[in-house]
Design a protein around this ligand. Sequence first.
Ligand code: HPA
Length: 296
Amino acid sequence: MLEQKMSSLSFDSYEDCQATADWLLSRTKVRPTVGIVCGSGLGGLAEILKDPEVFKYSDIPNFPQSTVHGHAGQLVFGTLKGKPCVCMQGRFHLYEGYSIQKITLPMRVFKLIGVETVILTNAAGGLNQNYNVGDIMIIKDHINMPGFAGVNPLTGPNDERFGVRFPSMSDAYDRKLQQLAHDVASELGYSNFLQEGVYCVLGGPCFETIAECRMLRSLGADAVGMSTVHEVIVAHHARMRCFALSLITNKSVMEYDSQEKASHEEVLETGRMRAEKLEKLVSTMVARLEHNPSSQ
Ligand code: HPA
């Protein structure tokens, strides 16, 4: 009873997610096995899908809406290098005011429409002083800072149809996909701006203070942002394999005599500068993806 009450208050139930999945599946013939989430200024990936079928978030039952400039706010179905894909052109963030369960709802819908592999991109600040603006970082692990304060998308009743109550996270980022990214990047000649590191998520919308950046770096984070981790937790819980990339759009400010400061304009500008290369990396990886037998 309590569970039902909690569910109806703040969660989309399995049946709600299924209703959204059914709504989409009845409107497209595409049966995606790959789901892609595009970060700030990186929505161009959706535009290279062949024979696109577009659904505005505002038309999709149970979906929240994108409120951020640089995020188109639509779900695009189509094929990428012959592989059926669905692409979120614009994602949801905690700072938009949605619950953490709501911003991750699309991952559960991905699962229910048959997605096996989720590829996520984001814009991030570079905490690692060896990183340059424009670097692409393969996320090998994350630090879920809101999670330390109990803000986790799996909080609340667990529906075993999605996944287990206590999922592991030490294997959240699929290692084979990371290796594939290294191989593809080196073939494409991208090795000089490819990095691999730890991404830390914060709630935003403020960019970090200098003291916060120093603290995050000393905790082992290489990049900081406001997204991706919540989606990875929900996708991994549902046994989809996850791969994520950060585009380093700015260097985190670590010194008090620095004149630099982070801005959304800089984030979008770097996105424009590197978007094509990031898209090429992802699309070449998608072309080589094999069926994911661990996802059921
Ligand atoms: N901090 C947090 N989020 C970000 C940043 C940053 O410096 N750059 C792009 N997204």
